[in-house]
Design a protein around this ligand. Structure first.
Ligand code: HAM
Length: 391
């Protein structure tokens, strides 16, 4: 048997229901506040990510699905969406400021485990052009609205990492400190020391806790503008009643950020994250647009949603002729009531079993003109008002 590729998933049945619930909630939340939905290619030039995420980042050094196509182009399956949206914006809307949303598959060659896939899904939003602190606040506010609508209670963690220059100075100091304490770090963190110094701060390994807790804070290296912007942002969040946790170790794994970085966490699991990336267009030599955005891990959100919360009442029709089924179906369509039809006119019993298999809550028998509740097995005479009361 040909097996399914490791780290990928099939989204079907109840999982699909939750996936679509997230997709609809995402579009309703972001698109209703001016984000334009955009589908961008899954294959991109490798350069787009080596330059933006960073040559020494783990995503670029270890996790990209890379290949040479028949025209000798170095391509990759996109590991994230931000760099692609920036590419698109600068090609077509260079002089505008715009809001984008996207939803789709991303690829990272990671060790597959619960909540970590090689092919996974992100729901993302970006504001690109000339932006300010109001743009940052909007991204955070819309994200919170999205999570609330999904019924997910996540903690917002925030930090400011200053400019790329501030960060370079900080990395030099952090590296000195970590080298002095090398013996007390885990093997994994020792490996990251030279090339991925900041990522040591992300370690969840208890062995590293003490060294990390005593490490110098990036906040001491921020220039005055970044410090003031961060203060203003916190003031705005306070006045909006948005709760947050300040986490000076939140440096994130992508090199393109400056100033604000944030993550939404549920019991330590990052379900989404983002930040400001004012220099990304320049790094890619595409233009001068600034940006801020967020991306949510859809698979992680799925693991936190109860199927019943995402489920509308499912109604199936069964019957022995096309006419009897269509008569009821037409009435339901006129009343805007969604319902499923059998694949074909098979035996009544077979149709009933299929309706149960696809997890219907209600079966309408169009021959008998009855409504049956699958769970309680109660039966009612069919009419639209009774059906409305039951859904
Ligand atoms: P990221 O933190 O790398 O940021 O990914 C965003 C979210 O995608 C994570 O918080 C996590 O929930 C999910 N995720 C990442 N890797 C995996 C995986 N292997 N399996 C399942 N879920 C995963 C970005 O990608 C940035 N582009 C976010 C952004 C948008 N920054 C500005 N705008």
């Amino acid at each position: 048997m040909i097996e399914q590729v490791k780290g990928t998933r099939n989204i079907h049945s109840e999982d699909a229901q939750v996936y679509l619930f997230i997709l609809n909630t995402f579009l309703n939340t972001f698109n209703s506040s001016g984000y334009e939905y955009t589908e961008l290619p899954i294959i991109e030039h490798k350069e787009l990510f080596t330059k933006s995420i960073g040559e020494s980042s783990e995503i670029v050094t270890k996790q990209m699905y890379e290949f040479i196509d028949k025209g000798n182009r170095e391509l990759v399956l996109r590991p994230e969406g931000t760099a692609s949206v920036v590419r698109f914006h600068n090609e077509f809307y260079k002089n505008d400021s715009k809001k984008y949303s996207y939803f789709g598959k991303m690829y990272r060659y990671e060790n597959p485990q619960k909540n970590r896939y090689r092919e996974f899904h992100q729901a993302g939003a970006e504001i690109i052009g000339t932006i300010d602190i109001f743009s940052d606040i909007q991204i955070v506010q819309s994200s919170i609205r999205f999570l609330n609508r999904l019924g997910i209670n996540a903690d917002l963690h925030i930090n400011s990492i200053g400019t790329i220059d501030d960060r370079a100075k900080y990395v030099t100091e952090l590296l000195d400190y970590l080298k002095t304490n090398k013996e007390n770090l885990s093997e994994d963190s020792r490996d990251k020391l030279e090339n991925n110094t900041l990522r040591v701060l992300d370690s969840n390994n208890p062995e590293d806790r003490e060294v990390i807790n005593k490490a110098p804070s990036i906040l001491g290296f921020l220039n005055d503008d970044s410090t003031n912007n961060y203060l203003q942002l916190k003031k705005e969040l306070d006045s909006l009643g948005i709760q947050y946790v300040e986490d000076s170790n939140l440096v994130r794994g992508l090199d393109y950020y400056n100033d604000l970085t944030f993550e939404f966490k549920v019991n330590g699991l990052a379900v989404g994250g983002g930040g400001r990336y004012d220099k990304l267009s320049q790094i890619l030599k595409l233009g001068n647009s600034e940006g801020v955005g967020v991306a949510f891990g859809v698979d992680r959100l799925m693991s936190l949603i109860d199927t019943n919360d995402s489920k509308a009442t499912k109604i199936s029709l069964i019957g022995s002729t096309i006419e009897t089924i269509n008569e009821v179906s037409a009435e339901l369509i006129n009343n805007n009531i969604n319902h499923c039809l059998p694949v074909r006119i098979s035996k009544e019993n077979t149709q009933y079993k299929n309706a149960v298999n696809i997890k219907s809550d209600i079966v309408i028998n169009c021959n008998e003109r009855t409504i049956k509740l699958i769970n309680s097995k109660e039966t009612f005479p069919y009419n639209i008002d009774t059906l409305r009361d039951l859904i």
